[in-house]
Design a protein around this ligand. Structure first.
Ligand code: ZN
Length: 166
């Protein structure tokens, strides 16, 4: 079936262009203002679930404030995602200060992002949780445009930017 018209409301299989501002604890964390809106295919988990769910039914041009709980955002803080490491294992040039962000290679060679959570005389506690874990996310969104996906985008489950090669 050939449907050349753009969709009028957000539903599964619709490509959404969205301007957004993400505020956490009254601080702007991320925004598309000043650059291009993000584009994504609705219904495929391309954006965080708590935001995607609230977008269904919105029309082009519409604005909305969306509150996403931690559980529907970056998850709750996982108490198992902390690790105590002897201070002696850190190179001396790394400042042993709470909040310092580090990249740690795990046993299988993957690079993990961590932050220094606590420092004692002998031990450094690293926090491997996402920095936004446990936080309520406040999105201010503006639906800029809606369009149908190409057959290839629909098959892949994501939007293809002009320079996209897979
Ligand atoms: Zn693709």
């Amino acid at each position: 079936m050939n449907t050349p018209e753009n969709p009028t409301r957000i539903a599964d299989d619709v490509v959404v262009s969205l301007d957004y501002t993400l505020t956490v604890e009254n601080e702007v964390i991320d925004t598309s203002e000043g650059s291009e809106p993000i584009q994504f295919l609705q219904g495929y988990g391309n954006i965080i679930p708590g935001l995607e769910r609230e977008l269904y039914g919105m029309a082009a041009g519409e604005r909305k404030e969306v509150v996403v709980t931690a559980a529907d955002g970056y998850g709750e803080i996982d108490p198992d995602s902390f690790s105590d490491v002897p201070r002696s294992e850190f190179p001396p040039q790394i400042p042993m200060q709470v909040g310092i962000e580090l990249q740690i290679k795990d046993k299988s060679g993957d690079i993990l992002d961590a932050r220094i959570d606590t420092v004692t005389a002998d031990t450094v506690r690293l926090d491997f949780n996402h920095p936004l874990a446990g936080k309520q996310l406040n999105f201010s969104v503006h639906v800029v445009a809606l369009r149908n996906p190409t057959p290839e985008e629909l098959e892949h489950g994501h939007v293809h930017e002009p320079d996209h090669t897979h």
